[in-house]
Design a protein around this ligand. Sequence first.
Ligand SMILES: [Zn+2]
Length: 140
Amino acid sequence: MIPFAELRQRVTAQDAVEFLGLKFVRSDAKNARQHRYSCPKCKTADKDPLAINMDTLGFTCFATPQRPHGTDAVGLVAHCRDVSMSEAAKMLADHFLTPVARAAPPIAAEAPTSKVFTVTITDKDGQVVGIGDICIDDTR
Ligand SMILES: [Zn+2]
């Protein structure tokens, strides 16, 4: 199964741009978060046909009249590398969702190592004769 949702959460526009090795040309005059890149797929005279919104990951490539566009890193990789959406997703998953990248944040180093259990002591008739705590210290 291709983890499209996880890729959307985990891969930022900056990640995708670095992954693709896109060459930054300029920021859009009207929107500084809209960056313009040369497109590794479309070889045209236009030196900055690829517009990527660094906040939303929406992109449009203005190199061809079809203006390929999309809304996520998968679509961007699919366009720039000229592969299908599933191939692009697999490339991104291999790169960004590897076991190392997936690793949970480290747990607190000072986690308690002893456990306290509450025990109820009953006599042979089931009458409660006492309640107490026992501490099992597994640091030894
Ligand atoms: Zn293009």
